[in-house]
Design a protein around this ligand. Structure first.
Ligand code: FAD
Length: 395
């Protein structure tokens, strides 16, 4: 990926600057560049970069990529098809069919989305840590550190998609996020091919008292493990030992090479951010608040928010108006609240041993009871469906 000249980044007044080039930011850049806007996408990391994530794209994510003109993207990356979920809690595991999804490493997926945005004309700058400043009357200001040198970027509007632990808003008082007290911590490792005797097309979820772990095979046959664990357990142990314990307690075979693996950790997984927009900026993706990733929808949420925000800006011909602050706040709440609540509810249920066992027993004996829930989470469906349609689907 070639870097643009520094001056070509700092001199223009950008229509939109985007901080964070994960799925939310890269998708927004792709859609905005399609509208022939002058778009700058910034990320503090060097790409391709690792991200603590299972890399499972559910059916809805694939539908959304399709609708945005990216139907070939996952096939080009060699993403593996997924059609089954196995849940293990210590009793006999339960298997359930899921609408077709795909697994792909985040290194390749995120990089491919950025390249798609660049092809449409967005300018991408990696290794650029950004921090929003108080806006001028006519434009937003971002302080960017490039090669350890501070410089200023100006844009008519800024999208903040800096993820779970992002701090791009740290210099604007009143816009910080809060961590939930009972939050789990995320862990991730990529294991050598053949480390686990998996059935092709299957996601394995191991649930235990200290947390849960998901396992899936990715496009290059490596085995991805992503887990969410209690901070107290992690503090007293190592990531490999925590994940081993979860697999043991859940009754699944222990993947080989756990202690040799390089483990990535995350910040606390359950975060809320009350205010999602301000003068000339909007927050989206994990940066707008996140719950534990048990339902595996985070990438879908990020892409959906990107598309919905671009639609909202388009309705104002991409001109900044103060009314957009309230509009994004309300739209985002309607879009995300039911999904986050459901994910949080399921994660909370899993902390109780008896409820975990009951859930698995229910999947084994009466899978038809769980199918509406799976359909609501994974699709296929129109993205605007609300929690009411979930209730209808259950009836
Ligand atoms: C353990 C775990 C497993 C998961 N498994 C799945 C799964 O299987 N399927 C799924 O759909 N979701 C999963 N998720 C959720 C998913 O990873 C996230 O929801 C998704 O990455 C959100 O995308 P995003 O673009 O909002 O943020 P991110 O992907 O986190 O991107 C944010 C970007 O912002 C950059 N950044 C941060 N601060 C700055 C700054 N100041 N300046 C410039 N750049 C900055 C970062 O470098 C990063 O590249 C999982 C999450 C966890 C923790």
């Amino acid at each position: 990926m070639t870097s643009p000249e520094l001056e070509s980044v700092t001199a223009p007044l950008w229509d939109i600057a985007i901080v964070g080039a994960g799925p939310a930011g890269a998708m927004a850049a792709y859609l905005l560049a399609e509208q022939k806007l002058n778009v700058l996408l910034l990320d503090q990391a060097a790409f391709p970069r690792h991200k603590a994530c299972g890399g499972c794209l559910n059916h809805r994510t694939l539908e959304l990529l399709n609708q945005c003109g990216l139907s070939d993207l996952t096939a080009q990356l060699g993403a593996k098809p997924l059609q089954r979920l196995v849940v293990a809690v210590g009793t006999r595991p339960a298997a359930i069919e899921i609408p077709q999804g795909r697994s792909v490493s985040r290194e390749r997926f995120d990089f491919a989305l950025i390249e798609a945005a660049q092809k449409r004309g967005a300018v991408f700058l990696a290794q650029a840590k950004a921090s929003l400043q108080n806006p001028d009357e006519h434009f937003a200001r971002i302080q960017v550190r490039i090669e350890n040198k501070p410089c200023e970027v100006r844009a008519k509007m800024v999208l903040v998609s800096d993820g779970l632990a992002g701090d791009a808003l740290r210099q604007l008082p009143g816009y910080s996020s809060n961590t939930a007290e009972d939050s789990l911590i995320g862990l991730y490792a990529s294991l050598a091919p053949g480390s686990f005797a998996d059935e092709p097309g299957t996601i394995y979820m191991a649930c235990a008292q200290s947390g849960y772990a998901g396992l899936v095979r990715r496009e290059d046959e490596r085995i991805e493990i992503a887990a969410a664990v209690l901070p107290a357990v992690l503090k007293a142990s190592t990531p490999a030992a925590c994940v081993r314990l979860i697999f043991e307690e859940a009754g699944l075979a222990i993947p080989a090479g756990l202690s040799r693996a390089v483990w990535l950790g995350t910040a606390a997984l359950h975060r809320t951010r009350r205010i999602l927009s301000g003068r000339r900026f909007f927050v989206l993706g994990d940066a707008s608040g996140f719950v534990e990733p048990f339902t595996g929808e985070g990438i879908y949420w990020a892409l959906l928010q990107a598309r919905e925000l671009v639609d909202l800006l388009q309705s104002q011909q991409f001109n900044w108006k103060p009314a957009l602050i309230e509009k994004w706040q309300r739209k985002n709440f309607k879009l995300m609240e039911p999904r986050k609540k459901l994910c949080h509810f399921i994660s909370a249920l899993l902390r109780w041993k008896t409820l975990r066992s009951l859930m698995v027993e229910m999947i084994r004996r009466s899978p038809w009871l769980v199918r509406p829930l799976i359909r609501w989470i994974h699709g296929p469906a129109s993205p605007e469906r609300s929690i009411r349609s979930f209730h209808r689907a259950c009836l």
